[in-house]
Ligand binder design. Structure first.
Ligand code: NAD
Length: 278
C-alpha cells in the first residue's frame, strides 16, 4: 500500500460487512485511522480488533441521529479530527407492488437509507466546517440513477441520496468540503448474496452468477471495486470532484448489457460489402 490516506481520519457506517468492511480495511491499509459503526456489534468489534490501534468501534444505528453523532464524535475524540465521512450503511428494505407496500416498512427503509445519510452529512459538516476541509461520501445505487432496478422505497431513497449529495455539495464546497456518492450495480456482498441466493455467506455463488450477467465479459463486481472508488473520493486525488455520483456498474446505467448488442454485429448489407461502418 502507498499511504494514499496517510494522516487522515475516517468514519464509516455499516462497516461490519460488504463495502463498508472492505473500505475500512483498505482505508487503514492506506494509512488512515477509522471509526467503524454498525448494528452488528460482534462482527464490527472483531474487524476493529483485527485493524489494531488505527481503528475504533461504536454500535451505530444510522436511523438514530444520536448514534451517528456519537460515531463522528468517536472519530474526533480518538484521532483528533474527521477528514472523511462515508455514509455506507444500508438495507434492501420494503419490497412489493406499490399498492401493497406497508407504510411502516416504507418508513423504516427511508429512515435507514435517507435519514441515515442526512444524519451523516449533518454531523460530518458540524466537525468539518471549522477545519475547512473534508470529503463526505454516501452510498447511492444504480437504482438511484435510473428506474426499474430496485424496490420502490430503495429506489426513492437512493435517488434522494444522489440529490442530497448535489445540494449539500453546493453548500459545503465553500468550506473546502467535497460531497460525492457512489452508485454500484449488483456486486458480490452479503446483501446481494442474500437477495439473490438467500444466503449472505454464499459469496462464491453470487460471484459466479454476477460474472454471467456482467456486461464486462466474465467480470463480476467486487466489494473491492467500490472500496477503491471510495478510496479515490476520500483522498486528495479527487480534490476537484464535488457533487458527483460515481457509478461502479460496468456501464449498466449507460446502456451496456451482457447480451450481444444489436450494433456489435455488422449490418447484413455492410457485411456483404466487406464494410462494418455506416
Ligand atoms: N451490494 C450491492 O450490489 C449494492 C449496490 C448498490 C448499492 N449498495 C449499497 O451499498 C451499501 C452497503 O451494502 P452492502 O452490499 O455492503 O451490504 P451488506 O449487507 O453487506 O452491508 C451493509 C451493512 O450495513 C449495516 N446496517 C444495516 N442497517 C444498519 C443501520 N440501521 N445502521 C447501521 N448499520 C446498518 C449491516 O449490519 C451491514 O454490516 C448499502 O447502502 C447498499 O444499499 C449495494
Amino acid at each position: 500500500m502507498t499511504g494514499r490516506l496517510a494522516g487522515k481520519v475516517a468514519a464509516i457506517t455499516g462497516s461490519a460487512s460488504g463495502f463498508g468492511e472492505a473500505a475500512a480495511r483498505l482505508f487503514v491499509a492506506e494509512g488512515a485511522a477509522v471509526a467503524l459503526g454498525d448494528i452488528q456489534v460482534d462482527r464490527g468489534r472483531g474487524i476493529t480488533a483485527e485493524l489494531g490501534h488505527a481503528a475504533r468501534f461504536v454500535e451505530c444505528d444510522v436511523s438514530r441521529e444520536e448514534h451517528v453523532a456519537a460515531l463522528v464524535d468517536l472519530a474526533v475524540d480518538s484521532f483528533g479530527q474527521l477528514d472523511v465521512m462515508y455514509n455506507n450503511a444500508g438495507i434492501v428494505g420494503a419490497r412489493g407492488p406499490i399498492d401493497q407496500l406497508p407504510d411502516a416498512e416504507w418508513q423504516f427503509t427511508i429512515d435507514v437509507l435517507l435519514h441515515g445519510t442526512f444524519y451523516g452529512m449533518k454531523h460530518a459538516a458540524r466537525v468539518m466546517k471549522p477545519r475547512r476541509t473534508g470529503s463526505i461520501i454516501s452510498m447511492a445505487s444504480t437504482a438511484g440513477v435510473i428506474g426499474g432496478l430496485g424496490p420502490h422505497a430503495y429506489a426513492a431513497a437512493k435517488h434522494a441520496v444522489v440529490g442530497l449529495t448535489k445540494n449539500v455539495g453546493a453548500e459545503l464546497c465553500r468550506f473546502g468540503i467535497r460531497v460525492n456518492c457512489i452508485a454500484p450495480h449488483s456486486m458480490a456482498t452479503p446483501m446481494v448474496a442474500m437477495a439473490h441466493l438467500n444466503d449472505p455467506d454464499d459469496i462464491d455463488g453470487v460471484l459466479a452468477e454476477l460474472a454471467e450477467r456482467s456486461p464486462i465479459a466474465g467480470r463480476p463486481g467486487l466489494a473491492a471495486d467500490v472500496a477503491n472508488a471510495a478510496l479515490w473520493l476520500a483522498g486528495d486525488e479527487s480534490g476537484y470532484t464535488n457533487g458527483h455520483c460515481l457509478t461502479t456498474d460496468a456501464g449498466v446505467t449507460t446502456g451496456s448489457k451482457a447480451e450481444d448488442a444489436p450494433y456489435s454485429e455488422p449490418m447484413p448489407m455492410m457485411r456483404e460489402a466487406g464494410r462494418t461502418g455506416l
